[in-house]
Write a new protein. Sequence first.
Length: 232
Amino acid sequence: MLGIIGAMDEEVAKIKEQMEGVQVQTWAAMDFYRGTLEGKEVVVVRSGIGKVNAAVCAQILADRYQVSGIVNTGIAGSLKAEIDIGDIVLSTDALQHDMDATNFGYPLGQIPRMDVLSFPADEKLRALAKECCSRVNPDIHTYEGRVVSGDQFISDQAKKDWLIENFQGFCTEMEGAAIAQAAYLNGIPFLIIRAISDKADNSASVDYPTFEAKAIVHSVNLMLEMIRRYEG
């Protein structure tokens, strides 16, 4: 069974609409929709925004539903000039850019006493997503790279430059790395899928509401095709 997490209602509403045989359970003030989609058993949930909500949500999927994989779908700000609004980023790995334990000798972004700097995404899920995206979203580009997460909406060019310099990220958002950490600790394959809604610079506050809907359409197209072909 695949667990699908979105941070906002808009990101999961269109997926829920196509589910059958739905049962809803509420844990930690989150509604978990369990049912079938494209003939596959799935659990779809809105986590809420931010790393703590996201991590709690992923742990519930592990404990209550014993999911075989987790896909976190949503939107993000681009950190590379060539990645345009509407394009898709598939995570190779994820880290938390607002983690700073450098005074204790850890690299910037590494969580103390964790054995990795970043959390590697599942290669099979990423390969499936890449193939599906080219099929259902032929009008956009798909990129594979690092997702950097923090409890901040990035809308400042200087902060964007800092993220690029220190982490070589492809996009930035507020949930993915927390889900990645929870999945890593539980030994669950995961993938973060991000449709680009803004450039994470001084124009982000204007671009985000304008392009959010378009970005979500691309994410939903991809997610439905992935579920059709998912074997887990």
